[in-house]
Write a protein that binds this ligand. Structure first.
Ligand SMILES: [Zn+2]
Length: 412
């Protein structure tokens, strides 16, 4: 890559701001909601962007891999895989974004129509403009610039646009990973679907997620004669405080994560008795646990059981736990993986900052790649407006992120 090439590409991208807003406007006008969000899927949006990609860039190939889903009118959930040939096909640089959006939610909280893009003060507003159209538009305009200038990427670049990211990924990336052999172990995979407002976060790892519903049973009676019953609420309250011990048992730190520890938090509490003068015979609360990779969730489960056994004996109650979610973390992408280094160098060149590999507490689609043995990172420079009313993204960040991708495509 020559710095002259880069300068030319950056200039081109700077001239695309209006076209970026235009593409965002077109995409936002086609709500792509999954059937669990009472939508008809991503078919129309996929057709729109596919036509745009053919017309404005002209990829070497664009394949569509549909997943059957009889809950949507078309019976299909679309997944697009577009390849833009580079100097070498030894490995590929992949950017994956998702076509679907979440519903706008309460409309009165929006200052404008969520499906009609409004531009104001360098921002564009609309449902989906950040999550995940920002991540769709940015690699596409990087490639458009390279195509128009006749500059080839170092390696083949693949743009993958998937369905169903917001509601489980079964008809999206999971379908692709099962049916297609696309992603190699040497490939660089970037998922621009989360990030920090200063662009410094390269997400490489996530914690395991473990939720528990804990039901404590005692014996209901009149509150004036507590000795005739067994107060399940008191026992559960003791159990909650005893569970703080989990923080001591699992005190390992990993500074890649923020916070750098496993967390064990009591969260939701179900109603018990409706009146004050009854001793509750039942109590239900929930735990949300985010556990550092490498710690066995079965082991955590066994520790909780031991603590619960103690409460059963002490208070004469029974404690039963069921798990609404138990998802062991995917292996982390190493902090020194080529994708991390190349991306950090590109970020430094464009934004002048040192980005750093980080772990987060929640799951992302990058985990599917990591489980399949590929090194994937999540990165973009966004304001973190996903799923909120008045969702917006900065036009400046669309241009900047397109430059970061161009740098990455050129350097490999
Ligand atoms: Zn998203």
């Amino acid at each position: 890559m020559t710095s002259n090439d880069l300068t030319k590409i950056y200039e081109k991208i700077d001239g695309y701001r209006g076209s970026m807003v235009e593409l965002q406007t077109g995409l936002t006008a086609i709500p792509a909601l999954g059937p669990t969000n009472e939508g008809e899927g991503e078919g129309k949006k996929a057709a729109y962007i596919k036509e745009w990609m053919e017309r404005e860039i002209g990829f070497d190939s664009i394949e569509q891999h549909d997943a059957d889903d009889d809950r949507v009118p078309s019976g299909k959930r679309p997944n697009l895989v577009a390849i833009f040939k580079g100097e070498s096909s030894d490995r590929r640089i992949w950017i994956m974004a998702h076509l679907d959006i979440v519903p706008p939610g309460e409309l009165s909280l929006w200052d404008s129509d969520p499906y009609a893009v409004v531009e104001k003060d360098g921002k564009i507003f609309g449902r989906g403009v950040e999550d995940n159209q920002h991540g769709m538009v940015t690699p596409l305009f990087a490639l458009k610039a390279m195509k128009e200038l006749g500059i080839k990427p170092a390696y083949d670049v693949g743009v993958v646009l998937v369905a169903d990211e917001e509601t489980g990924s079964e008809y999206g990336i999971q379908h692709l990973l099962e049916k297609q052999d696309l992603f190699g172990k040497e490939d660089l995979i970037i998922v621009p679907d989360a990030g920090a407002p200063d662009g410094s976060m390269i997400e490489v790892a996530e914690k395991s997620i473990f939720w528990l519903k804990i039901e404590t049973k005692g014996k209901q009676c009149h509150a004036s004669t507590p000795e005739q019953g067994v107060n399940a609420h008191r026992a559960a309250a003791h159990l909650i405080t005893k569970l703080d011990k989990l923080y001591e048992i699992y005190d390992r730190r990993d500074e890649v994560f923020d916070p750098p520890i496993s967390t064990f938090e009591p969260t939701k509490k179900e109603n018990n008795v409706p009146n004050i003068n009854t001793i509750p015979g039942d109590d239900v609360f929930y735990l949300d646990m985010r556990v550092l990779p490498g710690i066995s969730l079965d082991d955590v489960d066994a520790q909780i059981r031991k603590i619960a056994d103690g409460v059963e004996r002490e208070f004469g109650v029974t404690v039963a736990a069921t798990s609404p979610q138990k998802e062991t973390a995917a292996p982390a992408t190493p902090s020194d993986a080529p994708v991390v280094k190349s991306l950090a160098a590109a970020i430094k060149s464009v934004y002048g900052i040192e980005a750093r590999p980080m772990g987060i507490g929640g799951g992302t689609v990058a985990a599917f790649f990591r489980r399949a043995g590929a090194h994937a990172v999540v990165w973009s420079k966004i304001e973190d407006m996903a799923h909120q009313p008045n969702e917006y993204t900065l036009i400046e960040n669309m241009a900047g992120d397109a430059k970061v991708f161009a740098h990455l495509f050129l350097s490999g």
